[in-house]
Ligand binder design. Structure first.
Ligand SMILES: NC(=O)c1ccc[n+]([C@@H]2O[C@H](COP(=O)([O-])OP(=O)(O)OC[C@H]3O[C@@H](n4cnc5c(N)ncnc54)[C@H](OP(=O)(O)O)[C@@H]3O)[C@@H](O)[C@H]2O)c1
Length: 259
């Protein structure tokens, strides 16, 4: 069976693709960086003797979901896993960041997984058992000043995942949402986070490989929400009992003070 992973060229997506290959899936890999995708496809062939096809595409561009779905269905009629992982954050005050770049982020983090899931659900329903993994964040559980829109986009993805999971509960498609905390990838650089904030995050960061191993185990076990790491589980849990104003003050103390 095939698994399609968006944002597979590096970071968490790359590690998830390798985990799925190790568990016997062939891979459909999508991101913009063709060379990195091809190198990963080769690694998957050599290490795990699985097939991997690559599609180099800007997933925030108009029509990207439709192109990806058409490409996927051209390559296989055995799609069993969809991983909506491609995404990024933008660090800064909402009014200081450009509107166009923030809208691009919303397109990739929210509209793309929605459109891709809609386009690929008919194919997933053909599999005996299929899985969707939406990659959100612990930021989905709370507002984060200086990452306001990013956190809102991940809250959207978590809510969408839970609703869709319920809608599909009597069907063959299990929907999970992965909510990682700080993870050592290019995420912080892409978000424009400064060195001091990155140094703070590094103290509690997990590796992409550790996150991916927990993610794929949770996905195949049919878990609704997968929060890797004890610290992340505790901090996400606290957001439901600590008053929102206090949670936001703590988050601002971490993220906003370095602006
Ligand atoms: N790292 C963290 O601390 C952390 C924490 C919580 C959640 N997350 C989430 O985890 C997911 C993966 O992030 P990461 O940490 O692995 O970051 P990353 O190392 O920057 O990887 C991001 C991936 O998304 C792809 N991507 C970005 N823009 C794209 C576009 N326009 N079109 C196609 N692909 C695009 C990138 O590939 P190309 O550049 O080659 O296109 C890359 O493969 C994201 O949804 C992120 O929000 C990360």
């Amino acid at each position: 069976m095939y698994a399609l992973v968006t944002g597979a060229s590096r970071g968490i997506g790359r590690a998830i693709a390798l985990q799925l290959a190790q568990r016997g899936h062939d891979l459909l890999l999508v991101a913009r960086s063709e060379d990195q995708l091809k190198a990963l496809a080769q690694e998957i062939g050599q290490k795990h003797q699985r097939q991997a096809q690559v599609l180099a595409l800007d997933l925030a561009a108009p029509g990207a979901a439709e192109k990806t779905a058409a490409w996927a269905t051209q390559h296989t009629n055995q799609l069993a896993v969809l991983v909506n992982n491609a995404g990024y954050g933008l660090w800064g005050r909402f009014e200081d960041l450009g509107l166009a770049e923030q809208q691009n982020m919303l397109q990739l983090n929210m509209a793309l997984p929605v459109a891709l899931t809609h386009a690929l659900l008919p194919a997933l329903h053909q599999a005996p058992q299929a899985y969707i993994l939406n990659v959100a964040s612990t930021a989905a559980y709370q507002a984060v000043p200086s990452l306001s829109l990013y956190a809102a986009s991940k809250a959207f993805l978590l809510s969408f995942s839970r609703g869709l999971r319920y809608e599909l509960k009597a069907r063959n498609v299990s929907v999970s949402c992965l909510c990682p905390g700080a993870t050592t990838t290019d995420f912080a650089d892409r978000a424009g986070m400064g060195a001091e904030l990155q140094a703070t995050a590094n103290k509690v960061s997990m590796t992409a490989e550790a996150v991916a191993a927990i993610a794929v185990a949770g996905l195949l076990a049919g878990e609704a929400e997968i929060i890797p790491g004890v610290l992340n589980k505790v901090s996400a849990g606290l957001t439901s009992v600590v008053p929102k104003g206090i949670v936001e003050k703590i988050a601002a103390g971490i993220y906003e003070k370095y602006l």
